[in-house]
Structure formats: C-alpha cells, structure tokens
Ligand binder design. Sequence first.
Ligand code: FEO
Length: 170
Amino acid sequence: MLNPKISKLLNDQINKEFYSSYLYLDMSNYYYDNNLKGFGNWFAIQTQEEYAHAMLFLKYMQNNGEKITLNAIAAPGLKYANLKAPLEEALKHEYFITASINDIYAAAYEVKDFRTMQFLDWFVKEQGEEEQNTDDLCKRFDLFGSDPKSLYLLDNELSTRVFNPPSLVI
Ligand code: FEO
C-alpha cells in the first residue's frame, strides 16, 4: 500500500497524462485541418506517448494494490491564433507536467517512499526529453515557418516520426 497522499497524486497524474493525450490530439487535428500532415503526425505520436504514460502510472498503482479512480478528462478547448501557437502551448504544457511530476517526487521523498521515487526517475528523464523536443520544434518553426518551401520540408520530415513504446518496464 502507498501513502494516501502519494496515491492521490499518482491517481491525479493518470488524469493529467490522459488530458495531455487529448490535448495533443486536438493539436494534431488542428494541423491536419491546416494541411500540415507532418505536424499532425508529430502530435498524433505525442498523443500515443501520453496515453502510454497514463497507462504506466495506472499499472504502477495496480501493482501496488491501489484503487484507481478515473476522473473526467477536460476538453482542450483551445483556439490557435496561428500555426506556431500549438507548439508554444505544447511547450507550456510540458513545463506544467514536469512541475507536476516533480511535486510527486518531492512528496515521495518526504514520506521516504523510495519505490515511487525510483518509478518516477524514468519520468524525470522523459520530461527533460519532452521539453527539449518541443522547444526544438518551436525554434525550428521560428527559423523555417515563414518560408513555404522550408515549411514544406519540415512538415515532410515530421511525417516520418513513428511511435516507440516507452522503454520503462513496471
Ligand atoms: Fe507525459 Fe509529455 O508528458
């Protein structure tokens, strides 16, 4: 059994990861609607990754005999002012998720829940990569987004991204 506070934070994180998946699906749809299928694909892969993250948290709770409560997933409801806007929103969202995972880590440290800290280590590293990848895409959009030919090439490149399931085994 986990400490009730840790259990609640982990349960909340399941919802945050499912929301991330839903948010990125909304962004994927936005780019498909704007005929940037590569960007749409990049976000569709993000959607799959976030679903996988949610399932890892869920599995960890199951393995620890914790009761899981699935709460409502909020509608993204964002309006994007321009083609770069989803990228900026995605980066902002990753910072939010990093802070959330750090909060769970800090709470686990407080109650000497070393098992949960070890489980979260993978996510701490993953968040570093998520932030870096999204920031990199923002910067590349700044460089190439205003030139149609360059945007076309970038979109083509992003269309080749494939889903690699998380390496973490629980
Ligand atoms: Fe599950 Fe993009 O963090």
